[in-house]
Ligand binder design. Structure first.
Ligand SMILES: OC[C@H]1O[C@H](O[C@H]2O[C@H](CO)[C@@H](O)[C@H](O)[C@H]2O)[C@H](O)[C@@H](O)[C@@H]1O
Length: 613
């Protein structure tokens, strides 16, 4: 299956990927970052999967699929010679144990169906003991246990279970797969039809709260992105994962395979910025609570990422028994970026907390105390080299984006004092803000080429510089900003997409072998930057080109590889859906998001370069 052949279902504690062939090929339980019990995504069927689909002659891939409107409930349909069948897949937002529900429904005629389930705990490695208890199939291995309620008799063999069955118009058969700790008594059995109704109500009510202002033609894309971001939140703690997968490659067959099932302060802050722009303040409150718990302690111990409950140790390791997605090895767990210094996260966190406050989230004194101690740390470390937002594995540098975000951090705490009367060393912070600003203009800007550069003194460009107009560091129309946009368009684009940074043969920046696709966020940033400097027509063109890369159910991976015309990288990726939402808002009515009203000076008139596209 290609990455774009998958759809996401989830319960805001974990998520599954369902292929267009009806196979669940990825599912980690009980949390996003738990070991997978279906891991064929990163290997093959021997590593665990659960297929349901027509078994007779005819297409293996579905004829069509969609999410039920404004929900995360997936409906996959096959037209066969004898009839049409639908499989409805969902994970009910959790009460006790995680459940995966699959309802087979014959829409017309008669269809021969099949199912094949191979449960493998610990990312495809543990073959469980399986037994039948009270009409259920129970699989046990180590700490994990799953119970499967099957409405049709399953036959065991070759350490898997299968069945064939026939459905006729009007038939509905529900399969329920429930995880629970292996030491606990049997889990409570849910009523799948009642859970379906309840799950639908939860999602549609959540979507109804949105105050997003988007042109009609982009509304579905924005709504699907919002639902996807919400699905990546971890409900018990308020943490937000960057993506629900590990090791989907940025370079097919290559080594750029990372585990994204963690909470990056950068990705999470940006996600909340997007949710706040659509009126979702509750998620910001939950995340603020998560943040306060996760980073509690000494400011110098702040990490750039944590586990979903705030875990600090995320050691990177490899899973050699998995051959990797299309042989992209190694498959990694954990992420060594956890130990990096990335100064931009201070800016992203302060920006997010400021916007949340300005959006009506009440102040709590603990937050301001933490912000002040983070500022103490930043004041004495902002001028150090770091690994930057791209988490390079080469030597540290003075990345310009990191410095701009240190300016943002300082600017936002100053605003919090000025606007909300919070106490802080205003004069000292104002002087710091000036100093950072002046240094960036002196060392991070090349007057001859009229562009900001990737790092102090380098000739290279970097797509993160496209974020400058969104920060308030300089007005969007400043010639140094427009010059940077022009330079990136000239020098950092391939096949119509923006690259993160140049990847040369002898790559000294990121310290990795191989190339990568186009990191999608960067092209959205260009679309938004164009919109902000009044180049609306070109902004819309690029935005719609990016929208066309979404798969049939509206999802984006981290990157797109124009060589193969395929999505690559972890999937679906918050970092791609966030700028999709921002760009749609900016192109529609920027004045309605806190980012504009609070930072960029209220309702802004967008200059038009001709007709509305
Ligand atoms: O490019 C090398 C790095 O790639 C990953 O980082 C990227 O994903 C992060 C999560 O979305 C994002 O915050 C970061 O900006 C991206 O560069 C990976 O996690 C790193 O370990 C790796 O060095």
């Amino acid at each position: 299956m290609r990455i774009e052949d998958y759809a996401l279902i989830g319960d805001m504690q974990s998520a599954a990927l369902v292929g267009r062939n009806g196979s669940v090929d990825w599912l980690c339980l009980p949390r996003f970052d738990s070991p997978a019990c279906f891991a064929s995504l990163l290997g093959d069927e021997r590593n665990g999967h659960w297929w349901i689909g027509p078994s007779g002659p005819g297409p293996r891939l579905s004829s069509r699929r969609r999410y039920r409107e404004n929900t995360l409930i997936l409906e996959t349909e096959w037209d066969t010679e004898s009839g049409t069948v639908r499989v409805t897949d969902f994970m009910p937002p959790r009460q006790a144990n995680p459940d995966l529900v699959r309802i087979v429904e014959c829409v017309a005629g008669t269809v021969e169906m099949g199912t094949h389930i191979r449960i493998r705990f610990d990312y495809g490695r543990i073959v469980p003991w399986v037994r039948r208890t009270d009409g259920l199939l129970q699989a046990i291995g180590g700490p994990d246990s799953v119970w499967l309620h099957s409405p049709v008799p399953l036959q065991g063999g070759d350490y898997a279970h299968k069945a064939t069955f026939r459905v006729s118009a009007g038939d509905r058969l529900a399969f329920v797969f429930t995880w629970h700790p292996s030491h606990s008594p049997a889990p409570h059995q849910i009523d799948p039809e009642a859970e379906l109704a309840e799950t639908e109500a939860i999602w549609t009510e959540w979507v109804a709260q949105s105050s997003t202002h988007t042109e009609d033609r982009w509304r579905d894309a924005v709504t699907r992105s919002l639902i996807t971001l919400k699905a990546l939140t971890y409900a018990p703690t308020g943490g937000i994962v960057a993506a629900p997968t590990t090791s989907l490659p940025e370079d097919l067959g290559g080594v750029r395979n990372w585990d994204y099932r963690y909470c990056w302060l950068r990705d999470a802050s940006m996600t909340l910025d997007a949710l706040l722009g659509a009126g979702y303040v509750e998620e910001a409150r939950d995340w603020r609570e998560w943040l306060l718990r996760a980073i509690a302690g000494r400011p110098q111990d702040l990490q750039i990422m944590y586990g979903v409950a705030g875990e600090r140790r995320l050691p990177e390791m490899e899973l050699p028994w998995l051959e990797g997605y299309e042989e992209s090895r190694p498959v990694r767990l954990g992420n060594a970026a956890v130990d990096q210094l990335q100064l931009d996260v201070y800016g992203e966190v302060m920006n997010c907390l400021y916007l949340a406050r300005a959006s009506g989230l009440l102040a709590i004194s603990r937050t301001w105390a933490i912000q002040r101690s983070l500022m103490d740390f930043l004041e004495s470390h902002w001028d150090e080299p770091d690994e930057g937002l791209w988490e390079v594995r080469g030597p540290r540098r003075h990345f310009v984006h990191s410095k701009v975000m240190a300016w943002v951090a300082t600017d936002r705490v100053i605003r919090q004092v000025e606007r909300f009367g919070q106490h802080g060393p205003l004069d000292r912070w104002r002087a710091l803000r000036e100093r950072i600003h002046a240094e960036i203009l002196e060392k991070g800007y090349d007057p001859e080429r009229n562009t900001f550069t990737q790092s102090y003194g380098s000739a290279e460009l970097d797509a993160s510089l496209l974020l400058i107009p969104q920060t308030g560091f300089l007005p969007p129309h400043d010639p140094r900003v427009t010059g940077t946009i022009d330079a990136i368009e000239r020098e950092l684009m391939a096949d119509g997409f923006v690259l993160r940074y140049p990847i040369a043969q002898e790559n000294s920046v990121d310290g990795l072998t191989g190339g990568e696709g186009a990191f999608l966020a960067c092209s959205f940033w260009l679309a938004e930057a164009r919109a902000m400097v009044g180049r609306r027509k070109e902004a819309v063109e690029l935005f719609e080109k990016l929208l066309s890369l979404r798969n049939d159910v509206g999802l984006l991976a981290e990157e797109y590889d124009p060589r193969y015309e395929r999505l690559v990288g972890n999937f679906p990726q918050a970092f791609s859906h966030v700028p999709l939402i921002h760009t749609a808002h900016t192109l529609t009515r920027p004045g309605c998001t806190p980012r504009y009203t609070e930072i960029l000076g209220g309702e802004r008139e967008q200059e038009q370069d001709g007709e509305r596209a």
